[in-house]
Design a protein around this ligand. Structure first.
Ligand code: CTP
Length: 478
């Protein structure tokens, strides 16, 4: 886990939806990553989850009323607040013991009282103080009603008011019934919200609390965490379109059997996520893997090498010759990428990263029916598959091409040999025993300047390092 969120001040707004319970996990993840989380709840949200839960998870008071005064404010609290106790400031230690929760990890820059040095400026006005010095406001879940309020600039409760008064990025994670999500009023509101520069996270599709099925589910806490994390990454590939291949290929032998390999697709998917985080428009052509599509990535599922090659050619040409169902999961999990943009995102590519472990050979003549057991030996006739990466790199309009070399020995020699043979600016080399299937990897980058070892880490951390290297090379080219 990188530490981009350590020391960040995040305001987590919670509105009144069933998904409010998921915000507790988001608060926990943010705290674990070292962020300071100030929770602001609408009155409706407190009917779904008690403020005490968030106080215990964040170790900080929870704000629910416009008349709350931040604890650190040097100003006297206004008389209105005294009888209402709207700021839920019960001792965090007591709350934790009541809930038997694990306390949040210690944070960077904590003072003697456990409060951040970057705390409130203390104007005595919660709607101002909470966002001054904050790095982001995220509203999760954001109900249809709250979104409508944001669009119209209403300020009739603390959360809506601070969203208006904030001077930092605002992210919202809609959560509502699918009919409400599709209602023309919501569609209009979402368009306006995006036009106002708000980042919209999700929603996802699936079974809803009301029993209906459709778009409107709040993204999962881990997805929201990733999106927030991504929002802090420098946009090194802003405006760039990236195409990747990932996973194994499956070369059919008959309707139930085939040749494949043990590539998990995780490195390719981690790279797709790392590219999205730094502002690229990303499409991944994936062999048969069961990984979830990273938020914001368009996914095209394929099976064999020939199908992968066609999908790559099609994406490079700006079209997409795959049935719409193949794209469905990607569109459903898309991070604020409306369908019209999905289409245009497919036109042309700046960067091609071939991570897939493409089978070098396929059965010459796959059987139409299941091959029956017979003789003691069976000889398969295989024919060579096209080398997708070499073909793309040889195009006159070739994008910046990155290859992978997964070797079991002689890494430097083989990786550099592939770089030269396929005429690639960059090859990522690794020893299969270090990375295949697991979540960690050890890689070395090979370019014209030589070999650059990357510190070992989880695949996402390594993917981010590879993306930084690609961005540096592209920058140096221009
Ligand atoms: N690759 C590809 N199409 C193929 C074979 C490989 O696009 N038919 C790409 C891979 O995605 C990877 C790079 O080429 O980026 C190297 O793949 P690898 O399998 O390691 O090497 P090969 O070139 O196939 O050589 P060998 O199998 O002999 O090591």
């Amino acid at each position: 886990m990188s530490d981009e969120l350590a020391g960040k001040r995040i305001v987590l707004g919670i509105t009144g939806g069933v998904a409010a319970y998921k915000a507790a996990e988001l608060a926990r993840l943010l705290g674990k990553a070292g962020a300071q989380v100030d929770v602001v709840m609408t009155a409706a949200a407190t009917r779904f989850v008690a403020p005490l839960t968030f106080q215990a998870l964040t170790g900080r008071p929870v704000f629910t009323s416009l008349w709350d005064v931040p604890q650190d404010s040097p100003l006297p609290q206004p008389p209105l607040r005294a009888p209402r106790l709207a700021m839920h400031s019960q001792s965090a230690a007591a709350a934790r013991s009541m809930l038997r929760e694990t306390p949040p990890l210690p944070r960077k820059g904590q003072g003697e009282r456990g409060e951040s040095q970057r705390d409130f400026h203390g104007s005595g006005m919660a709607h101002i103080d909470l966002t001054r010095g904050a790095d982001a406001v995220i509203v999760a879940p954001a109900t249809a009603d709250f979104i409508a309020k944001l669009v119209h600039g209403l300020a009739d409760d603390l959360l809506a008011t601070l969203c208006l008064a904030k001077d930092c990025p605002l992210l919202v994670a809609p959560a509502m019934n699918c009919q409400m999500w599709e209602h023309p009023a919501t569609v209009r509101n979402m368009a306006q919200l995006r036009a106002d520069g708000v980042s919209v996270l999700g929603p996802a599709s699936g079974a809803q609390a009301c029993g209906e099925v459709g778009a409107g589910r709040m993204l999962e806490p881990a997805e929201l965490f990733d999106a927030l994390h991504a929002s802090f990454q420098p946009k090194l590939l802003a405006g760039k379109r990236v195409l990747l291949t990932a996973g194994p290929t499956f070369e059919a032998l008959d309707p139930v059997r085939g040749l494949t390999n043990s590539s998990s697709g995780r490195m390719g998917f981690a790279l797709a996520q790392a590219c999205v985080e730094v502002g690229a428009e990303v499409t991944v052509v994936a062999g048969p893997v069961s990984l979830p599509t990273p938020t914001g990535v368009t996914r095209i599922d394929v099976t064999g090498a020939l199908e992968m090659r066609e999908a790559v050619k099609s994406a490079l040409a700006g079209g997409l010759d795959v049935p719409p169902t193949r794209q469905k999961s990607a569109l459903a999990s898309g991070l604020d990428v409306p369908p019209t943009r999905q289409k245009s995102a497919l036109a042309g590519r700046h960067i091609f990263i071939a991570v897939a472990a493409v089978a070098d050979y396929r059965p010459a003549a796959p059987a139409a029916h299941k091959i029956k057991k017979g003789a003691q030996t069976l000889t398969l006739e295989l024919v060579a598959n096209p080398d997708i990466l070499a073909e793309v790199a040889a195009r006159p309009d070739a994008p910046f091409c990155v290859g992978f070399a997964a070797e079991s020995q002689n890494l430097a020699e083989y990786a550099e040999g592939k770089r030269r043979a396929k005429k690639l600016p960059l090859v990522v080399g690794n020893l299969v025993q270090d990375g295949l299937g697991g979540d960690a990897n050890v890689v070395t980058l090979f370019d014209a300047a030589g070999a650059h070892p990357v510190p070992p880490g989880d695949k996402l951390t390594i993917a981010r390092a590879i993306v930084r290297h690609i961005a540096e090379m592209l920058h140096a080219q221009n």
